[in-house]
Design a binder for this molecule. Structure first.
Ligand SMILES: [Cu+2]
Length: 184
């Protein structure tokens, strides 16, 4: 019989704070710093921060949904893909205004500069989600995963919301093809 003993080093970090307590016995250490506000359950490489992830249902069943989030990085990175669990395929799009008309086009990569907070949001960069299955439903969450050009991945749960705003008020007999650019 053999035992694997691989847990010897686990307790080292727990003892380090004790050394700091000895030098300030006069007054209590009043440093008010609270816990850092880290996005819940986000899983990202060091220096990458993800927040505000949201998946928006299509106004009409069968149409693409959309995903939005905010991201920052301490070093230059390139986003080459964004996927959402439960959506068969996805594309990154950029909305822009040309000649007074809003158009959108697929983009293969999005650059992220150090310290920049980049938001995928309506009217700018966004992710379009195709063939969403029933696991994506309003009130729930769907895991959103970002892939960088070096193969690193970052994930965060995205809250799923229903279609809102103008989409919800669109008359059913409206020509949907003409309105495609408005959905994102
Ligand atoms: Cu789009």
């Amino acid at each position: 019989m053999r035992l694997n003993s691989t847990s010897a080093a686990l307790c080292a970090a727990a003892c380090m704070s004790l050394a700091l307590a000895a030098c300030n016995s006069g007054t209590p250490d009043a440093e008010p710093t609270e816990a850092v506000d880290v996005p819940v359950a986000a899983d990202a490489p060091a220096g990458v921060s993800l927040s505000n992830a949201e998946v928006r249902m299509p106004a009409v069943t069968g149409r693409p949904g959309a995903a939005y989030f905010s991201i920052s990085s301490q070093e230059p990175r390139k986003i080459v893909g964004v996927s959402v669990m439960g959506a068969a395929t996805s594309e990154m799009h950029e909305t822009s205004e040309t000649g007074g008309a809003m158009t959108m086009a697929k983009v293969d990569e999005v650059s992220l500069q150090p310290g920049e907070l980049l938001s995928f949001q309506p009217g700018g960069y966004h992710v379009m989600l195709f063939d969403m299955d029933a696991t994506i439903a309003p009130g729930g969450t769907a895991d959103l995963t970002i892939t960088f050009d070096n193969g690193d991945k970052a994930s965060i749960p995205a809250r799923v919301v229903g279609a809102g705003g103008m989409d919800a008020m669109m008359p059913e007999d409206h020509d949907m093809a003409d309105m495609e650019g408005m959905e994102h």
